[in-house]
Every structure is written in structure tokens, then in C-alpha cells.
Design a protein around this ligand. Structure first.
Ligand SMILES: O=C(O)CCC(=O)C(=O)O
Ligand SMILES: [Mn+2]
Length: 204
């Protein structure tokens, strides 16, 4: 356990070796629709190339890194240049800080254009995230599965992330568990995900 329950009225998904909690109705549907439209429009979407096992691969999704402090994000052999928060992101940032009581200075925003776009098994354990990072993840648009797998025991959890939901990962979660957003090829609609983080300047 890493502290009191953040969302007592909703779901604790993981409570050992780190914590993952879901508020399925963080933003009501009408506001979430508006936010999805604004982010889709405001975000200067990029498709990044990574180096994986010595090979260059193009990420199977779009993404953009936002850091008002101008800290670049370095992972898997790529450096993502920082962008200032858009107006919609700045508003969402305030809502997420209020709801969680945590501070965030950056956001990685992902666009899964349809169910073919995905994110493979990983953890957000880069040095710039620091030890035991709290990461707040807002989902908008198509519902997609989110999987967690314990590194040692192989124990798994699967949740659907609804439109307007907030997932908070904290404690040793990034150290002890990996997570993924698998392909769901029947899904035709897009999904936008915003992960707010606190990153340290060492990323520059
Ligand atoms: O799309 C999601 O729900 C997860 C995003 C994620 O894990 C990441 O950006 O590191
Ligand atoms: Mn992640």
C-alpha cells in the first residue's frame, strides 16, 4: 500500500507493489466530448521514430510531449521536443491537479487513430520521471483496454478505460509492473489519452 485510497467510490486496480486507481467518471460525457474535440484540433500531432533492439521503428500511434518548462522527454533512443500546454490542456491540468492533490509539470498526449493503434508493454521508469512517480492518465474517446502485468509474478489486471475517466498510477507501480494498451482491431473510433507527469530537468 502506498497511502490512503484516492478514489474511495471507485476502483482500486492494483494495491500491492504500487498503486493504480480508476475514477471512471472523472469528467462528464458532454465536457469530455468537448475536450476531445478541442485536443484533436489543438494538438500538433507527430508520429515518432524509436530505436528498439537496435532497429528504427515508427510508433503505432501519434503523440506529442508538452512541458511548459521546456524540458524535452528522452526515451527509447528518441528525444521529444517540448511544446507549451494548449488552452484545453492547461484547463485539464488544473482539473487533474485539483482532483488528485498532486503536482504535474508535463504531459504526454497520445492519439490512437483507431483500434489498430496501440502501445506495447512498458513502464514509465525513465530517470526523468524520478522514483515512485505519480502519473495521472485521462482517457477520451473510444474505450480501450489497459493491461497491467507484475514483473515477477506475471499477475495481470485488465480494465476498460471509459471516455472521461482518470487512472492514477503511483508508488512502486512503474518499478514492479508493466502496462500496455493492446490493439482492438474492431474499434473504428479514435481515442486521446493524456498522461500528466512530474519530470525532472535531467531530461534535457
Ligand atoms: O494510453 C494509455 O492509456 C496509456 C499511455 C501510456 O502508458 C503512456 O503514454 O506511457
Ligand atoms: Mn505508460
Amino acid at each position: 500500500m502506498t497511502g490512503p485510497t484516492l478514489f474511495p467510490e471507485s476502483g482500486v486496480i492494483v494495491d500491492r507493489d504500487g498503486r493504480a486507481e480508476l475514477d471512471p467518471a472523472f469528467i462528464d460525457w458532454q465536457e469530455a466530448d468537448l475536450l476531445l474535440a478541442r485536443l484533436t484540433d489543438e494538438v500538433p500531432w507527430e508520429q515518432a521514430d524509436l530505436i528498439m533492439f537496435g532497429r528504427r521503428v515508427t510508433e503505432p500511434r501519434m503523440s506529442v510531449w508538452f512541458s511548459p518548462d521546456g524540458i524535452d522527454y528522452v526515451y527509447s533512443g528518441t528525444r521529444r521536443a517540448s511544446h507549451p500546454f494548449t488552452p484545453a490542456l492547461a484547463a485539464l491540468h488544473r482539473m487533474v491537479e485539483t482532483r488528485t492533490g498532486a503536482r504535474f509539470n508535463s504531459a504526454l498526449v497520445n492519439l490512437y487513430r483507431d483500434g489498430h493503434d496501440r502501445l506495447g508493454w512498458h513502464s514509465d521508469n525513465e530517470e526523468c520521471n524520478g522514483p515512485e512517480p505519480t502519473i495521472a492518465s485521462v482517457s477520451l474517446g473510444a474505450e480501450r483496454f489497459f493491461d497491467l502485468r507484475h514483473r515477477d509474478s506475471g499477475d495481470t489486471r485488465r480494465v476498460l478505460l471509459p471516455h472521461g475517466s482518470l487512472l492514477v498510477m503511483s508508488g512502486r507501480l512503474q518499478e514492479c509492473w508493466v502496462h500496455q494498451v493492446p490493439a482492438m482491431t474492431k474499434v473504428r473510433a479514435p481515442r486521446v489519452n493524456v498522461t500528466f507527469r512530474w519530470v525532472h530537468g535531467a531530461a534535457q
